[in-house]
Ligand binder design. Structure first.
Ligand code: BMA
Length: 319
């Protein structure tokens, strides 16, 4: 049963916060060119963002920003929280686009992020209990690969990683499996680009997948390249809860796209790029954190049941 009288349309699901953008380079305690594409997690009654910060050389690192309500009063670490080890070839050109999940078995947070190596972007993993000290577990798969997140537990004995390798120049979302978080295999395509649609050129995971009663709610970004450049928009799919390599539903329409000036104009125009979300059970609210035009952090909120109703109205996927 829909929870509202009229089911919301794709573009009505998310409401942008009036105070957007919530974090800008001007808020930063040290010089920064851009602050964007943050991972998000709830930690002790606070919202913690691990924000990608681009320095004045064009290299990125991560800095923690904490807020009591997820919207305002951000307390930003005074210096970078997690930086690239630039003497390693793997991290030579910085760290980008983190996603966070809680690993049930390890009882630690897992951060999947991109190390920009000399050979291209690689998916890397670090774990932490407190976002102060981190254990780096290294690169998981060879370049070129981006937009990755682990799922929080094993499936039939194996961990699962959603990621976006470039294969023969094509950019589809894949899922891979590992017995130990180190050796990855059984790679399978999950969500493919769609000729003609808004997501025809590239797709990639957006925020961490969200576990619901009816499946994993998986937001993803889709790219169309136009004569004026690329447009990054957001879509949603539903993965099977026990067998997440099965896609159950996928939206035909995008649900959030560049519209406001802070999304339309920046270092890279026309980009909404969600990389983190928090779910607030008391209010059934989903807070989606996204990079806007590769410059600032913005937030849009949705009612979780509205999104689920919407996904269930989307076409079933035949695999
Ligand atoms: C993607 C990533 C993101 C970036 C986006 C838009 O490929 O590199 O970090 O926000 O492009 O420029």
């Amino acid at each position: 049963m829909p929870n509202t009288l009229r089911q919301k349309k794709a573009h009505e699901l998310f409401k942008r916060y009036d105070g957007n953008p919530i974090l800008t380079p001007g808020d930063w305690p040290y010089p920064a060119n851009a602050v964007f594409n943050p991972a998000a997690v709830k930690l002790n009654s606070e919202t913690l963002l691990l924000v990608r910060v681009e320095d004045m050389r064009g290299f990125s690192h991560f800095t923690v920003a904490r807020s009591p309500n997820g919207f305002t009063d951000w307390e930003i670490d005074p210096s970078p929280t997690l930086e690239a080890n630039q003497s390693s070839r793997e991290e030579k050109w910085g760290l980008e686009d983190p996603r966070i999940i809680w690993l049930n078995e390890q009882k630690q947070f897992a951060i999947t992020y991109i190390s920009f190596s000399e050979g291209g972007p690689v998916v890397s993993l670090a774990i932490t209990k407190n976002f102060r000290t981190f254990a780096r577990l290294g690169a998981l798969l060879p370049p070129e690969d981006k937009d990755a997140c682990l799922l929080p537990h094993r499936f039939k004995g194996r961990f699962a990683l959603i990621h976006r390798p470039i294969v023969r120049g094509e950019a589809h979302i894949w899922i891979s499996f590992s017995p130990d978080l180190k050796h990855w295999g059984d790679h399978r395509p999950l969500i493919m680009t769609r000729a003609g649609y808004w997501d025809c050129h590239r797709v990639g995971l957006a925020c961490q997948p969200i576990e619901t009663e009816i499946g994993w709610m998986m937001f993803y970004h889709g790219v169309r390249i136009t004569s004026a450049g690329a447009i990054y928009r957001l879509g949603v799919a539903l993965l099977d809860l026990q067998e997440p390599w099965k896609v159950l539903r996928r939206s035909n329409e995008w649900i959030l796209g560049p519209r406001e000036i802070y999304e339309r104009v920046g270092d890279v125009d026309d980009v909404v790029f969600p990389t983190g979300a928090t779910v607030h059970k008391e209010t059934n609210q989903l807070n989606l954190y996204y990079g806007a035009a590769d410059c600032t952090v913005a937030i849009a909120t949705a009612n979780l049941s509205d999104v689920l109703d919407y996904i269930m109205s989307c076409p079933e996927v035949k695999q």
